[in-house]
Design a protein around this ligand. Sequence first.
Ligand SMILES: Nc1nc2c(ncn2[C@@H]2O[C@H](COP(=O)(O)OP(=O)(O)OP(=O)(O)O)[C@@H](O)[C@H]2O)c(=O)[nH]1
Ligand SMILES: [Mg+2]
Length: 198
Amino acid sequence: MELRDAEFKAAYGLLEQLPRPEKPEIVFAGRSNVGKSSLINKLTGRRALARVSSVPGKTQTVNFYSAKKGGVYLVDLPGYGYARVSRSEKQRWSKLINGYFSDPERDIALVLSLVDFRHPPTADDITMINFLIDCELPFVIVLTKADKLNKSEREARLEALKSELPEYDSLTLVTFSSLTGEGVEGLMGIIDEALCQE
Ligand SMILES: Nc1nc2c(ncn2[C@@H]2O[C@H](COP(=O)(O)OP(=O)(O)OP(=O)(O)O)[C@@H](O)[C@H]2O)c(=O)[nH]1
Ligand SMILES: [Mg+2]
């Protein structure tokens, strides 16, 4: 796997601190606790590169990791939709995330938009996906924690998603588990393809 040389670059808490766009970025977005940091660790084959926590709201900064011999950044965004933080913190996060995406110079090769496979997408998930569609950003939906569903639950959720997600027919969905490794190869293929199109 080619992301194994990934290393932590820096964490940014304020929009003004974000580095100027300089190389392609692979972005991880999703609600708090959905498994973004776990996915980064799985893709890079590093158990503790990104900090994982059972307490939602662990990643409060935009965290950049450098990979592929420094040619690519992996960008771990703070999770959205976490109720138990102060209003000023929420405002800081949304300013950070909106500001991150609204820089026209930024070279976003792919957004991995994470949704918990066990539950219907939240209103925030749908807002995120509609935003990605509106901005015409390349993205893939990653259905996380797949190990927690049995076969019939999976089938039922996959069926329901057809009507729950916007523009379902044009979406790419990948089921993923950081526990079993399901979906890793598929995602690596999609990431490689996105970087080739740069
Ligand atoms: N069973 C299972 N648990 C998972 C999986 N992915 C993540 N988790 C657990 O879910 C919790 C949250 O994981 P994180 O990777 O920290 O989630 P995050 O999206 O980075 O969360 P924030 O940083 O708070 O936004 C942790 O307890 C993980 O161990 C998975 O695929 N399967
Ligand atoms: Mg995190």
